[in-house]
Design a protein around this ligand. Structure first.
Ligand code: TRP
Length: 450
C-alpha cells in the first residue's frame, strides 16, 4: 500500500473507540482488580488516578502528536522526526512482539473458560480449591492452552487481515459498546449480592495505612499498561487519525473510558469476592479461580460465567489487535511487504512465541531466563523495564527534542482549538514524567538484581 493511499479512520467517534479498544483490555479487567486488591483497594485507586492524570495524559498526547503528525508506523514516525531517535520506534516493535508473547496466552485462557462455561463444564468446580487445581492443571497442560492460544491469534489475524477500516475500526465500533453493556450488567448483578456493598467500600474507601513505595510504582506501571502507552502503540493508531480529529478530546475520552472500565471491573469483582468471604488479595488468579467459584453459587451460574468470559475475550481481542497492528504496519511500510503477507508473518512469529511461553508454564518450565520462565520473563521485561523506559524516553523526546511548534500545532489542531493547558503539558513532559518514570525504572532494575 503506497503512503498516499494510507488508511484513515472515519469520524470522531471512531478515533475514540479504536484507541479505547486498545486501552481497555485484560489490563483493566484482570490486572487492575488484583493489583488494587493487593494494594489496599481505595488508596490504590486514588494514587492510580493521580498517575493517570500526571503521567498518562501527557504521554498519551505526546504519542498522538507523533503519530498524527507523521502518519507513519512507529519506526517511520521517529525516523522522520529525528534519525537519532528511531531506536524508540524499534523499542515499540520489539515490545509489542514480547507483550503478545504472553498476552495471547492469557487471552487463550479466557477463550477456554468461555467454552467451559457454555458447555457447563465449569459448574462442576464448586470450591476455590478445586478451581485452583483446575486452573493449574489447565495452564500447565502441554496441548490445550496452546490450542486456545493459537485460536486467539488466528481471531486477531482475521481482523487485521480485513484492514484498518473494515477490520480494526468496524470491530472496535461493534465490540466496545457490547463490552460496556456487559460490564454494567455484571457490576449490578455483583453489587446486589448479599454483602456486596462491603466490596464497594473496599474499592472506594481509601486506607492509606496499606500504602508503601511499591504502591506508587505498581500504580504507575498499571497506568501505562492500561492506557497502552510507552510502546508506541498509540503512535500507530493515531497515525490513522484524520486531520480533523481533536487530539485533546480524544485523549480525555480514552482516559475516562479506560479508567471507568477499570473502576467498573473493580465494582464487579470486589462485591462478589466479599459476598462469599474470600480475600481480595489472591493475585493474578482472582479472575480465573475466585470468580468461577462465585459464579457457581449463583442461579444460572454458567450463564453469568459465560457473559463474564465473553467480556474478557472482547476486551483482550481489541488489545491484541492493536499490538498486532504495530508489527503488521511496520513490516508493511518499512520492509515493503504487502499488508496481507505482513499480517501472516506477524501471526506466525507471535503464535510461535506465545506457544513457547504457554509451554514454559508446564513442560518447558525448566528453561529459565534470570530465574523466570519464559512467560513470566516476557511479562516482567515488558511491564517493568521496556514500558517505563519507553514512556520516559517518549516524554523526553516530546518535551525536549520535538519542535515545540509541531506539538502546539497538533494539540491545538493548527490553532483551531484552544490549548489552554499547553504550558502545563510541556512542564509535565519535560520534568515531571521523566523524573517519575525514571524512578520506576531504577526501582525495577533494583528488583531485577535481587
Ligand atoms: N492496554 C491493554 C490492556 O489494558 C494492553 C495493551 C495493548 C498494551 N496495547 C498495549 C499495553 C501497548 C502496553 C502497550 O490490557
Amino acid at each position: 500500500m503506497g503512503e498516499n493511499k494510507r488508511a484513515t479512520l472515519g469520524g470522531r467517534l471512531s478515533a475514540v473507540l479504536v484507541a479505547a479498544g486498545s486501552a481497555v483490555g485484560l489490563g483493566n479487567i484482570w490486572r487492575f482488580p488484583y493489583i488494587a486488591g493487593e494494594n489496599g483497594g481505595g488508596a490504590f485507586l486514588v494514587i492510580y488516578i493521580g498517575c493517570i492524570l500526571l503521567l498518562g495524559v501527557p504521554v498519551l498526547l505526546a504519542e498522538f502528536t507523533v503519530g498524527r503528525h507523521t502518519h507513519k508506523n512507529s519506526v517511520g514516525a521517529y525516523r522522520l522526526l529525528s534519525k537519532k531517535w528511531s531506536f524508540l520506534g524499534y523499542n515499540s516493535v520489539i515490545s509489542s512482539l514480547l507483550i503478545l508473547g504472553f498476552y495471547f496466552v492469557v487471552s487463550g485462557w479466557t477463550l477456554e473458560y468461555f467454552t467451559s462455561s457454555i458447555t457447563g463444564a465449569i459448574s462442576e468446580y464448586s470450591s476455590s480449591v478445586v478451581n485452583a487445581e483446575r486452573f493449574a492443571d489447565f495452564t500447565t497442560d502441554p496441548v490445550r492452552p496452546v490450542i486456545f492460544t493459537v485460536i486467539f491469534a488466528l481471531l486477531t489475524h482475521v481482523v487485521i487481515a480485513l484492514g484498518v477500516q473494515k477490520g480494526i475500526e468496524r470491530s472496535s465500533k461493534l465490540m466496545m459498546p457490547i463490552l460496556f453493556v456487559m460490564l454494567v450488567v455484571l457490576a449490578i448483578r455483583s453489587i446486589t449480592m448479599p454483602n456486596g456493598l462491603e466490596g464497594l467500600k473496599f474499592l472506594f474507601t481509601p486506607d492509606f495505612s496499606k500504602v508503601t513505595a511499591k504502591t506508587f510504582l505498581d500504580a504507575m506501571g498499571q497506568a501505562f499498561f492500561s492506557l497502552s502507552i510507552g510502546l508506541g502503540c498509540m503512535i500507530t493508531y493515531s497515525s490513522y487519525f484524520n486531520d480533523k480529529t481533536n487530539l485533546q478530546n480524544t485523549a480525555y475520552n480514552v482516559v475516562i473510558l479506560d479508567t471507568l472500565v477499570a473502576v467498573l471491573a473493580g465494582a464487579m469483582i470486589f462485591p462478589a469476592v466479599f459476598s462469599v468471604g474470600i480475600e481480595p488479595t489472591s493475585g493474578p488468579s482472582l479472575v480465573f479461580v475466585t470468580l468461577p467459584s462465585i459464579f457457581n453459587t449463583m442461579t444460572f451460574g454458567s450463564l453469568w460465567s459465560a457473559i463474564f468470559f465473553l467480556l474478557l475475550i472482547l476486551a483482550a481481542l481489541t488489545s491484541t489487535i492493536s499490538l498486532h497492528e504495530v508489527l503488521t504496519v511496520y513490516l508493511n511500510e518499512e520492509w515493503g511487504i504487502s499488508r496481507k503477507h505482513a499480517a501472516r508473518c506477524v501471526t506466525l512469529v507471535t503464535t510461535l512465541l506465545a506457544s513457547a511461553s504457554s509451554l514454559s508454564l508446564g513442560v518447558w518450565g525448566d528453561f529459565k531466563i534470570c530465574g523466570l520462565n519464559l512467560f513470566d520473563s516476557l511479562d516482567f521485561v515488558t511491564a517493568n523495564i521496556l514500558l517505563p523506559l519507553g514512556g520516559c524516553l517518549t516524554s523526553i523526546f516530546a518535551g525536549w527534542v520535538l519542535n515545540k511548534q509541531i506539538l502546539r500545532d497538533e494539540i491545538s489542531d493548527h490553532g483551531r482549538l484552544k490549548a489552554r493547558l499547553f504550558g502545563l503539558l510541556v512542564v509535565l513532559l519535560r520534568y515531571v514524567c521523566p523524573t517519575l518514570l525514571l524512578s520506576i525504572f531504577l526501582y525495577n532494575l533494583g528488583l531485577f538484581t535481587l
